[in-house]
Design a protein around this ligand. Sequence first.
Ligand code: MSP
Length: 587
Amino acid sequence: MVTTPIYYVNDKPHIGHVYTSTVADIYARYKRLQNMDVFFLTGTDEHGLKVEQSAEKRQIPPQALADENSLVFQEVMKANEISFDDFIRTTDERHTTQVQAFVEKLLKSGDVYLGKFEGWYDEGQEEYYTETKAKECNYESPISGKPMVRMEEENYYFKLSKYESKVKELLATNDSFLTPKERKNELLQRVNDGLNDVPISRTNFTWGIPMPGDEQHVIYVWIDALMNYITAIGMAKDGEAKQKYWPASMHVMAKEISWFHAVIWPAVLMALDLPLPMRVHAHGFWIREGRKMSKSLGNFVDLTVLNKFSTHYGLDGFRYYLATEGPIGAQDANFASSRVQEVYGTDLVNTFGNSTSRTTAMCVKYFDGVLPEKSDDTSKIFKGYDWKSICEKEAAEAVRAYENLELNKATQAAMRIITKVDLFITETEPFRMAKDPNEQENLGAVLYQCLEALRISACILEPILPNKIKEMHAGLPLYANVSDSMGKRLVWGGLKPGTTVSKLALFPRLDPLDENGEIMKEEAQAPATSNKPAKKSKTKVEKVYSPETQAKIDAQGALIRSMKESGKTNDDAEVAEAVKILKELKA
Ligand code: MSP
């Protein structure tokens, strides 16, 4: 089971939500490709004071507000092709009844009891603070900076103190429970200060799940929300088949909610006598121009902007940026349109796309699109390129990286293979070989190695670029059966000689976007962020082609460049022919 946090319906979706979902999605896709039975859960968190207040302001019932906003999140997830298996809402009856059953169990075991609370409350985070903790934070919310309010109320408490030593032991001895390790150190410090019992009910509003046996109280929104992970798979019901998915293998989220997931949640599960999730990964934050994104600064990368980026670069192109530049570890990451352009241009257009179009074009041109024999004779022409071991080593590194959620490292493994393919082409000069009838066999062998290495790179990238890889599979078969596991796909030699290959143009060259997702005017394009060749004259009007034609132009350009790299000039008949085709395409 892989989960995202359930998204708060009082918020508008932004890059933070899409990112957490994308990370979980890539992991789920990777696990499915490993032929694991994955249950990927997401949903919306719909109760609490703030939702009640927002609904009041709009003079609609809180349920209507929740319905409206939950739908927005569901649409965002679908539009971003997040491959979730279930979308749970905390207002679903299947959730509320089971939360009540779990709380009842905790009341019976004495892990929940009625007591009096006096202390401080962070209204924004809906979180209680003891006098000591509040003082440390200067009586201000560490998240929003707003003053905490004094609270005195009768509440139901969860006996967190009872689990202090067990939680401490969990964090201190299980290195893989909470990642990255910086999070673990932070939380351990806090746990070492001691764990107090936490209030888990409220009486100052009604928009929540009623406390069993005491309807004056509603269950605290965090307890309600955390339980989604077990209500969705029917853990409080009898004979639910989905219970097999517990414990979750991965809870993905950002750092500010790691306390709830790695301290409160395991303690609740211990009290319920349920196994603990295998891993909680709390990634960093997307920030903008070095500053936290917040409502007060109004600097969120919001849905409108996100949609512009994913429409322009394609869903896969933009996912690749999120996966490679996102705050997957302890550090925050700055969202910058110039980096989206650079990463797309460098890795996807100039490396993956270009190499694929060059090699498939050569296969079509020299072998009528029929994949030649492989010949693994490394001594003769391969000059030290042992492709089998190069690919096996990088594939193993990619698998290791996916397992650890080091998404950028997985992509780097693929990029290293592709860069080597390019170097190999420069060194072996297939264009020269093509002219020599005695070199036909070697030419075939070179092309086989290139295409097979590209096949393996593509299989590495599949969890991140699912659509592009599907498109590629149509021109260069990447696996024999769709059910072949990633492990099988990554074994050297998957491409069979005799297979039909067609020319591929995967990633069109694109203009850069500005920070708001608008296409940048030519004058505003910084040379470093543009992947277009320098223009001769600023007044010259650039022709705009359809994406298909542009892709063909790009592929043809790449072909000419590689011919020239191999020492050919415009006088060469083959180059002249290629240039003629390019001119026709541009006409
Ligand atoms: N409803 C709670 C989660 C309950 S889970 C039992 C919640 N929801 S949220 O909508 O506020 O946040 C959802 C996810 O987005 C969380 O993982 C949160 O950490 C993440 N992000 C919110 N802002 C973010 C960034 N600026 N950058 C990256 N992720 C961030 O918390």
